[in-house]
Design a protein around this ligand. Structure first.
Ligand code: NAD
Ligand code: UGA
Length: 458
């Protein structure tokens, strides 16, 4: 079969997999191939057991796979055979050398650029899908034009705004698609080609274009603003706990101002996920690099409040349970960094578990999708930790339940039954404010929500 375009994506992770599945699903006229250095991941993408959990993903992969969507370990061949290459490799925070703990680690990304230049035999459009520091595309261009082999590359920036757990919905119906390009004739032509791909299903008024640096920067800033809202509401949750104000009531009153809006105002045990912290650190690092110390300090405080919120959650548990957790059994409801994903990267659950274990508590973890990752995350950790699928079994004989992930299933459990099976006095720490606190209190629990008065029987 002849395809209209041959699209390649390097990196078959949380972004590469779902975004390419959506393009292939919506555009049967294009051939879409996804490659990765991790051959196990590629075989999982080719199986019935996909490497990531995302509602709706299985269905669209089932439709498109082997029709016009292909997962392959053959990177070199993929590069040779494609016209457009999306680069969607991981760009974690650097753990070594200059900028360790702050700057983006660009080694995976640079390796990809070199692979492209070494294998390409025809002109190509390169699309930065990964989140990268501003001006990275300049470095990409320099590597790509370093060989003088007559092949022309146009580099575009097309950051991804999907959120995990709602990736398919976000990809199908995005608030906006952003495409940044050079303002040269060939840059604009490449840009228009990418616009046409998205225009297969995204309304044109939602596809916006900009210069390439604005595009790179907008991605970091969007994540920084989102995280800032969470840190703002979380900082106020601490004040609510001291003043008997109720954070939900405050969030509602504030969010009804249409200039502020009501989204992303759920107080929590803290934000997690692979990107918020990493991207803010990246932004902070950039600002320091340009000697914008005040700007850097401002954004860094978003992360400081998040660390404080996670710490506060554990300290509240310790204080409530008579200042000792040694030997107590604590059940974590949820380990994923948010509901509807199995992803545990930067999950507050990891912080909570480690700190509880330092207090010599025994931790029992339950989660509907994230136990495989939880086990890997906690491998080799000192102390008693176990993993139990069934939440009733997990909480049996425990002194406390801590809700860390807002899975719907935890809203509807039989809390009378849970209460009967637990050690008394029984405690619930609702790190997501998803439970009916009054009802739990009436059952007999001592209840500690976030940013609301505690309900105790002492
Ligand atoms: P991920 O770790 O899930 O996937 C990255 C994949 O790239 C891995 O499978 C890895 O094996 C592969 N890879 C690394 N180097 C490679 C190479 N040289 N050749 C081929 N494959 C290679 O990461 P992710 O969560 O998909 O994130 C990718 C990028 O997208 C990051 O920059 C991230 O900031 C950004 N992003 C992520 C999300 C999200 O929700 N996870 C959302 C928006 C943007
Ligand atoms: C976030 C952004 O929402 C995406 O737009 C972006 O593309 C992505 O990062 C990225 O660049 O990786 P994601 O991290 O998948 O997406 O999930 P979010 O829904 O943003 O949640 C992040 C964290 O904030 C979670 O731990 C969540 O529980 C927490 N959160 C969210 C709150 O504590 N309160 C809220 O009101 C909202």
């Amino acid at each position: 079969m002849m395809f209209e375009k041959r699209i390649l994506c390097i990196g078959a992770g949380y972004v590469g997999g779902p975004t390419m599945a959506m393009i292939a699903y919506k555009c049967p006229q294009y051939k879409v191939t996804v490659v990765d250095i991790n051959a196990t991941k590629i075989s999982q993408w080719n199986s019935d057991n996909l490497p990531i959990y995302e509602p709706g993903l299985d269905e669209i992969v089932r439709v498109a796979r082997d029709r016009n969507l292909f997962f392959s370990p053959e990177i070199e061949r993929g590069i040779k055979e494609s016209d457009i290459i999306f680069v969607s490799v991981n760009t974690p925070t650097k753990t070594f050398g200059v900028g360790a703990g702050m700057a983006a680690d660009l080694q995976y990304w640079e390796k990809t650029a070199r692979e492209i230049v070494n294998c390409a035999e025809s002109d190509k459009i390169i699309v930065e899908k990964s989140t990268l520091p501003v001006k990275t595309s300049l470095a990409m261009e320099r590597i790509l034009t370093s060989t003088n082999n007559g092949i022309k590359f146009d580099v575009l920036s097309n950051p991804e705004f999907l959120a995990e757990g709602t990736a398919i919905k976000d990809l199908e119906n995005p608030d906006r698609v952003l495409i940044g390009s050079r303002e040269t004739e060939s840059g604009l032509r490449a840009r228009d080609e990418l616009v046409e791909i998205y225009a297969n299903w995204v309304p044109r008024e939602h596809i916006i274009t900009s210069n390439i640096w604005s595009s790179e920067l907008s991605k970091l800033v969007a994540n920084a603003f989102l995280a800032q809202r969470i840190s703002s509401i979380n900082s106020i949750s601490a004040l609510c706990e001291k003043t008997d104000a109720d954070i939900n009531e405050v969030a509602r009153a504030v969010g009804m101002d249409s200039r502020i809006g009501n989204k992303f105002l759920n107080a929590s045990v803290g934000f997690g996920g692979s990107c918020f912290k990493k991207d803010i650190l990246n932004l902070v690092y950039l600002c320091r690099d340009y000697s914008l110390e005040e700007v850097a300090d401002y954004w860094e405080s978003v992360i400081r409040i998040n660390e404080y919120q996670k710490k506060r959650f554990v300290i509240n548990m310790l204080n409530a349970m008579f200042n000792t957790l040694a030997g107590k059994r604590i059940c974590l409801f949820g380990f994923a960094f948010k509901a509807n994903t199995g992803d545990t990267r930067e999950s507050p659950a990891k912080f909570v578990t480690k700190n509880l274990m330092e207090e010599q508590a025994e931790v029992i973890v339950t989660d509907p999708e994230a136990l495989r990752n939880a086990r890997a995350d906690l491998e080799g950790i000192n102390g008693k930790v176990s993993f139990v699928e069934d939440p009733y079994e997990a909480a049996d004989g425990c002194d406390a339940i801590a809700v860390v992930t807002e899975w719907d299933t935890y809203r509807d459990l039989d809390y009378e039954k849970l209460y009967r099976s637990m050690v008394k006095p029984a405690f619930i720490f609702d790190g997501r404010n998803i439970l009916d606190h009054k009802e739990l209190f009436e059952i007999g629990f001592n209840v500690f929500p976030i940013g609301k008065p505690e309900l105790t029987h002492f």
